[in-house]
Design a protein around this ligand. Sequence first.
Ligand SMILES: [Mn+2]
Length: 320
Amino acid sequence: MNDQPNLSALYGATGENATFLGLDRCEDLAALTAPIAIIGAPCATPYKYVGAYCRNAPDGLRRATAALAFNIDCHDFDSGGPVFPRRELRAVDCGDIAFDEADSEGNRAAIRAAVATILGRGAVPVVLGGDDSIPIPMLQGLGDTAGGRRFTILQIDAHIDWRPTHAGEFWGLSSTMRRASEMGHVERIIQVGQRGIGTATGQDWQDAKDWGVAFVGAERIHTEGLGTTLSLIPEGSEIVVCIDADALDPALIPGVIGRAPGGLTYYQTLGLIRGAAARGRIAMMDFVEFMPERDVDGLGAFTFARLITSALGVIARQRA
Ligand SMILES: [Mn+2]
């Protein structure tokens, strides 16, 4: 079936191997000058039984922006102006961090170093996974440059990711928020969107609450709106926003392994990102767990890529 009209071409799409939104490429992180750096991470620490199942997401998300790229300077109704209000506020695309399925330790070191370099250049890293093991070294990279500052994590995810270990692995995607809780520069964790059944046990749930995590489940987002969550973020916080694609409803993003009904909408998720930036400053973001091979007709890729685009607009507008 190759006879479909190329609708991307209608919007001026440039084809394969393009950057996210057609943004300029940054080849050398050490020479980064842009205020926002998009960087892909195909995986950090895959579980042996499933492998690096999200490794094709960074390029899949880049391809999904083809239809937006040509009109990137037009009025974006989700940003209240162009996505990037001024040319010097544009993000750059730094390509993908090298990944070796057989060398998780090396993958983590590479992610940690890349994020620390980006932060050292004064830019906001926006990391495109890959699976949810990626935020662990990403947060370590933040710690390397924290200099005594402490951070609030706003995790938006269907799952709490508080397993002590899983499948014999300490650094995997089911343990992300527990690993975060063990880091000295993580002051506060707010977790939003949980629902259904994941790998969490009752003990994991209790441990997280005992640590002091503030939870707002998906059902409460639907019934109470966003104010409950946003009021948990102290004014002036430096915030890391961690977004798992399965936080959104699977009708919007089918391309995830753990589909669960009752997920967040696009505007609820964007509202949380905007609200976070209004309460404090977004220091770093990740978008993980999108799996192109599980998607339906590119729908989830486009929705997730559109959410990332809107997040870039929020970061570009926040106070320095
Ligand atoms: Mn997760």
